[in-house]
Design a protein around this ligand. Structure first.
Ligand SMILES: Cc1cc2nc3c(=O)[nH]c(=O)nc-3n(C[C@H](O)[C@H](O)[C@H](O)COP(=O)(O)O)c2cc1C
Length: 393
C-alpha cells in the first residue's frame, strides 16, 4: 500500500515532470525571447563590409518593409549593375491579386538600396520598369528596376542610420499628438509628381476612417480565400520561424512580452482564431493613433506607381523612426478594393478612401497610422542576403 508521503512524492514528481515539459515547450516555442537569433541576424549585418563592393548596399535593401514579410524580392548583381526583380512566387494570392503590394515592398527595398549606396560612396541611377499590374500573374520573377552605380562622394544620412531601427509597431500608441511641423516635414519628404501623402488628424475623421479599416478587416476575414492565403504566411514557434525566416509571427503582433510568451505556449490557433484576434486588435488597438494617413498615386495598378509608393512609405517610416515616431501600415481597405476589382464586384472602399483624401485624380494605395508607441517593436525575421541573390557575378 502506498504511504501518504509516497503519494505526495508521486504528485510532486508529476508536477516536476509537468514543469520540465513546460520548460521544454517554452524553449521549443521560443516563448521568452523575441528579436534574437539567426532569423533576425541580418538586422545586425545591415552595413555589410567594405570588401562587399557594389553589393554592400544590398544588406540594407533586404531590411525594407514588405507585405506580410514575404520578402518578395530578388537581386541580380553584375559588377556595378543591380537588377531588382519581383519574386512573384512569394505572393499573397487573393490578398494581393494584382501583386500591387508586392511591388510596394520591392519599392521599399529600392529605397533602402539607394540610401545605402549614397552613404557608401555610389551615385545610384535607377530605371523603374513600367507596365500595368494584371490579376493573378504567374509565379515567374519579373524585372522591376535596373540600377547602376557611379562613384560619388559619400555622405551622412540620418534616414540610412534609421534602417536597423525601423520596425512595424503593432502595439498600442500613446494619445500624444504629432506636431504639425513634424507632419509637414514628413509630407515634404515623400511628395512628388508621382506620390502624395494625406494625414488625418481630426478626431471625427479619424474615427470614420478607423471604422472603414475595421469594416475592411471584417470583409477580409469573412472571405475564406483571403483568410487562407494570409494564413499561409503565419509562422508560429521557434522552429517554424527559423526554418522560413519570413512571415507574420507572434513576436511582431504587438502583444506585451508576457502576452506574447503566453500565446506561444498555447496550442497554435486556427486561421479563424488568428482572424478573430486580428479583428479585435484592429478595432481596439491598431486604429487608435493620433494620425492616420494614406499614400496616394494617380493609378495604383501602374507598376511604376506601386514602386514609387513603396519607396515613399519606406522613406516616411525611416524619417518617422528618426523622429521617435512609431508607424504601422493598415492596408485592409485597399486590399478590399483590389479583391473586388479582381472578382468584378461592386466596391465601396475606393470611393470612401477618395472622400477622405480629398485629392481629385489621385487614389489611395496604402493606409497607415503614426504616433508614439507605448513599447518598442521587435525586428521581424529576414532571409539571408545569399538567399535572394541570383545569377550574380
Ligand atoms: C504594401 C504593404 C502592406 C502592408 N500591410 C500591412 C497591414 O495591413 N497591417 C500590418 O500590420 N502590417 C502591414 N505591412 C507591414 C509588413 O507586414 C511589415 O513591413 C513586414 O512584416 C516586415 O516587418 P518590418 O516592417 O517590421 O520590417 C505592410 C507592408 C507593406 C509594404
Amino acid at each position: 500500500m502506498k504511504t501518504r508521503r509516497a503519494v505526495i512524492g508521486g504528485a510532486g514528481a508529476v508536477l516536476l515532470a509537468g514543469l520540465g515539459g513546460l520548460g521544454y515547450r517554452a524553449w521549443d516555442r521560443g516563448a521568452f525571447g523575441s528579436g534574437e537569433g539567426p532569423a533576425t541576424a541580418p538586422w545586425q549585418e545591415w552595413r555589410g563590409r567594405p570588401g562587399d563592393g557594389p553589393r554592400r548596399p544590398l544588406h540594407a535593401a533586404i531590411l525594407a518593409a514588405n507585405p506580410h514579410d514575404t520578402q518578395p524580392w530578388l537581386f541580380q548583381a553584375m559588377g556595378d549593375q543591380i537588377t531588382v526583380l519581383a519574386d512573384r512566387s512569394r505572393s499573397l494570392g487573393s490578398f494581393d491579386p494584382f501583386r500591387r503590394e508586392m511591388h510596394l515592398g520591392v519599392g521599399a527595398a529600392i529605397e533602402n538600396l539607394m540610401r545605402a549606396s549614397a552613404v557608401f560612396g555610389y551615385a545610384m541611377n535607377v530605371i523603374v520598369n513600367g507596365g500595368r499590374l494584371t490579376p493573378s500573374p504567374g509565379p515567374d520573377p519579373v524585372k522591376a528596376a535596373h540600377l547602376w552605380l557611379d562613384a560619388a562622394p559619400s555622405g551622412r544620412d540620418p534616414l540610412f542610420e534609421a534602417i536597423p531601427n525601423r520596425h512595424t509597431n503593432r502595439g498600442p500608441y500613446r494619445e500624444q499628438p504629432v506636431s504639425l511641423p513634424a507632419l509637414h516635414r514628413l509630407a515634404d519628404l515623400v511628395s512628388d509628381h508621382e506620390v502624395r501623402v494625406a494625414f488625418i488628424v481630426d478626431a471625427k475623421a479619424r474615427a470614420n476612417l478607423a471604422a472603414l479599416i475595421v469594416a475592411a478587416t471584417e470583409r477580409i476575414i469573412a472571405d475564406p480565400q483571403m483568410s487562407a492565403d494570409s494564413a499561409r504566411w503565419f509562422r508560429t514557434g521557434r522552429r517554424e520561424v527559423l526554418a522560413h525566416r519570413d512571415g507574420i509571427g507572434i513576436d511582431t503582433a504587438g502583444l506585451s512580452p508576457l502576452m506574447a510568451a503566453a500565446a506561444k505556449l498555447l496550442p497554435d490557433q486556427s486561421a479563424a482564431g488568428v482572424d478573430r484576434y486580428w479583428l479585435g486588435m484592429t478595432r481596439d488597438v491598431q486604429t487608435i493613433a493620433p494620425v492616420l494617413g494614406f499614400i496616394l498615386v494617380q493609378d495604383r495598378l501602374q507598376m511604376g506607381s506601386a514602386i514609387a509608393a513603396g519607396r515613399a512609405w519606406q522613406r516616411l517610416h525611416l524619417a518617422a523612426t528618426d523622429m521617435g515616431l512609431a508607424a504601422q501600415p493598415l492596408n485592409q481597405p485597399v486590399e478590399c478594393v483590389d479583391r473586388n476589382a479582381m472578382l468584378g464586384r461592386s466596391d465601396e472602399f475606393a470611393a470612401a478612401l477618395t472622400k477622405f483624401a480629398q485629392a481629385p485624380g489621385w487614389e489611395a494605395t496604402f493606409c497607415f497610422r503614426l504616433g508614439y508607441g507605448e513599447r518598442p517593436a521587435p525586428p521581424s525575421p529576414r532571409r539571408p542576403l545569399s538567399a535572394v541573390l541570383v545569377n550574380s557575378a
